[in-house]
Design a protein around this ligand. Structure first.
Ligand code: MN3
Length: 202
């Protein structure tokens, strides 16, 4: 079974004015489609064919650039679309709220840490909120399409929230103002989905 581009749970213009429709359309239909196609090509006829994307990334040979870049790109964007949705009026609550407050002291301190990780990732990459077995949360960032599921990458935990800080994620609307995009991202986070992922991963 080849990987397929997931359908978004909302329209391309649903995240306006925080993330513009044109950016969303190109990002999903061109960039994510490209990672999906290239991943399928890279694993076709190999022993990775038929495995889940999580298994492929966890067992990744990091010298396999095609699978590293495109498998990461496929997984990372699936997560990114799912953790945004302005229709879901999610508010951080319950176990994840407790875990964030235990680690960072307050939601605002977490937001500062996550935003700083996203703003200071040099060049293209991602910032993450991850959960370790047992429930401890951690913020980290990765270059390019790497992610924390890959062996030896940053915090080696399960990512439950991620922001894409490649310029293609924000440049049309925000140009070089990455911090403004990061601030806007917080207006469209689907905390219900992040909490669901926390409960599943901890
Ligand atoms: Mn992207």
């Amino acid at each position: 079974m080849a990987f397929t581009l997931p359908k978004l749970q909302y329209a391309y213009d649903a995240l306006e004015p925080h993330i513009d429709a044109r950016t969303m359309e190109i990002h999903h239909s061109k960039h994510h489609q490209g990672y999906t196609n290239n991943l399928n090509n890279a694993i076709s006829g190999t022993n990775l064919e038929g495995k889940s994307i999580e298994d492929i990334l966890a067992g990744l040979d990091m010298s396999n650039k095609a699978v590293r870049n495109n498998g990461g790109g496929f997984f990372n964007h699936c997560l990114y679309w799912d953790v945004m949705n302005p229709e879901v009026k999610g508010r951080l609550s319950g176990e994840l709220k407790d875990a964030i407050e235990a680690e960072f002291g307050s939601f605002d301190a977490f937001k500062d840490s996550f935003s700083k990780a996203a703003a200071t990732q040099f060049g293209s990459g991602w910032a993450w909120l991850c959960v370790h077995k047992g429930g401890k949360v951690e913020v980290c960032s990765t270059p390019n399409q790497d992610n924390p599921l890959m062996p030896g990458v940053t915090c080696e935990a399960t990512p439950i929230l991620g922001i894409d800080v490649w310029e293609h994620a924000y440049y049309l609307h925000y140009q070089n103002r990455r911090p403004d995009y990061i601030e806007a991202f917080f207006n469209v986070i689907n905390w219900n989905e992040v909490e669901r992922r926390y409960a599943e991963a901890k």
